[in-house]
Design a protein around this ligand. Structure first.
Ligand SMILES: NC(=O)c1ccc[n+]([C@@H]2O[C@H](COP(=O)([O-])OP(=O)(O)OC[C@H]3O[C@@H](n4cnc5c(N)ncnc54)[C@H](O)[C@@H]3O)[C@@H](O)[C@H]2O)c1
Length: 437
């Protein structure tokens, strides 16, 4: 195929299709090809502008990829732009307490994910030498655009012990975020995938301990808490860590297969601590939201429906269920602080404020300055427990952490990102997106 001359290229803002991703994947990762060659390939294959192709190529080149067979099990979705997903939220104020990870070698499994990518940015800002291991089954290189030149990227399926062993090599601390996971629509319809996380956790913990990793931080979940404590509209409990444990009868009654698998992840984590003495921190993350999250999670789903101006506006459930929506910048601050603890620790990382979904919708409508005339309450849709929020006594005592971002500020930032980065055609297939990862 003849090469397109740069002067002939249209300067259109259309997204790069999957073929561009393939070109980068084939050329960049295999041999560290110079960006100009990759850029040319992207131009030939996509008719993109030189500047845009150059940015893609630069991203691929600067990411020091350790190639373990494939980069992701699927290309970027057709029509999804191969561009940075939301800015780096880790401004200079985020590392004000000093380089807490200075020079430390840290692995973030699932680091290309929504939460994982923000954590990677924070750890880089705090001086860590970061490696990301991800199979890109739902994570994306786009999420790592801002730090791609400063991290090592290891692509592969961590359920494979050989892949896991290479990923943990020469690492001091592992943040284990990789999981088959999504919003309520996904976890309720994919119980088998959710239970497979028990296998993934075991392989990662085993490899880490065998390689001499000194600290494991496991991304656990509020879904480990007994559902009977979260069943009431009127009695809004704050969940305490001791409410879910392995020692007392009646304290293990997790939320579905996903919650049980996370609880078993905690059990395994404790076993590795008990037998091998590795520092083992289970961080129970509560409903995080923010830039780079997808529509299978409630906050982004509600923003997407409002951005699409759906009227009547569909709501899963009656809207009176509560959650403690925690802005992702706060979540990853909590995770990074948890990663400085020693011994065996279990701690909540979430907000102690209950908000109903109806209240959340009001905040979204206010920011968008749009409100539907009518609502459809879809009572047959999966909604999870009635009420959930975090007691933060323990994490405050151990780390002084508490969430700093108000719901209105976090939602405003999330909406601005979503509206700016979402191609309009994506809003036409919301039904599918609400149930996928
Ligand atoms: N989002 C939340 O509110 C929330 C709440 C509680 C707990 N968590 C946990 O935090 C972690 C990150 O959450 P997220 O919302 O960013 O999730 P996510 O689904 O976006 O991220 C999971 C990541 O793991 C990767 N992955 C999946 N299977 C893998 C495998 N076999 N090998 C390598 N990589 C693999 C995916 O590509 C993705 O990047 C997950 O463990 C999740 O269960 C999240």
């Amino acid at each position: 195929m003849p090469r397109a001359r740069r002067s002939q290229l249209p300067d259109s803002p259309r997204p790069l299709p999957a073929v561009a991703y393939d070109a980068v994947r084939t050329l960049a990762v295999r041999g560290g090809s110079p960006w100009s060659r990759i850029a040319d390939e992207v131009i030939v294959n996509t008719g993109s502008t030189h500047d845009r192709a150059k940015r893609v190529a630069g991203l691929a080149r600067t990411a020091r990829c350790v190639w373990s067979g494939h980069l992701g099990s699927k290309p970027e979705r057709e029509g999804t732009p191969f561009w940075p997903q939301g800015g780096n939220l880790m401004d200079s104020s985020m590392n004000g307490s000093g380089l807490r990870y200075s020079g430390e070698s840290v692995l973030v499994t699932g680091g290309a994910s929504f939460i994982g990518s923000h954590l990677v940015e924070l750890l880089v800002a705090q001086g860590a030498r970061v490696r990301v291991a991800d199979d890109f089954s739902s994570g994306s290189m786009r999420n790592l655009y801002g730090v791609s030149g400063e991290i090592e990227i290891f692509a592969g399926d961590l359920r494979d012990p050989g892949v896991a062993a290479r990923a943990v090599d020469s690492v001091q601390t592992v943040f284990h975020l990789a999981a088959l996971h999504g919003g309520r629509g996904y976890i309720d319809t994919h119980p088998v995938e959710c239970t497979s996380n028990m296998q993934l956790d075991h392989v990662v913990f085993s490899a880490a301990v065998a390689a001499g990793v000194t600290r494991l931080v496991h991304a656990s979940s509020a879904c480990v808490y007994p559902v009977d404590l979260q069943a009431s509209d009127s009695e809004r409990l704050l969940l305490r860590e001791e409410d879910a444990n392995f020692h007392e009868p009646g304290k293990a009654f997790a939320d579905g297969e996903y919650g049980w698998a996370k609880l078993m992840g905690e059990l395994q984590l404790h076993a590795f601590h008990k037998q091998y003495g590795v520092d083992a921190i289970a961080a129970r993350i509560f409903t995080a939201y923010g830039e780079r999250e997808n529509e299978s999670h409630a906050v982004i789903a509600l923003i997407a429906k409002a951005a699409a101006k759906l009227d009547p506006y569909p709501v899963w459930g009656d809207g009176k269920q509560t959650r403690n929506f925690t802005y992702v910048r706060d979540t990853v601050q909590g995770l990074a602080l948890a990663g400085r603890l020693t011994g065996h620790q279990v701690l909540n990382v979430g907000s102690a404020r209950h908000h109903t979904v109806l209240e959340l919708m009001d905040v979204i409508f206010d920011h968008l300055q749009w409100r539907p005339a009518d609502f459809t309450f879809e009572l047959d849709k999966p909604v999870g427990v009635r009420s959930r929020a975090s007691d933060n006594t323990r994490i405050q005592a151990l780390t002084s952490w508490e969430p700093e971002t108000s719901l209105s500020e976090g939602i405003a930032r999330t909406i601005d990102w979503y509206v700016a980065s979402t191609p309009p055609e994506r809003l036409t297939r919301l039904e599918d997106l609400l149930l996928s990862r």
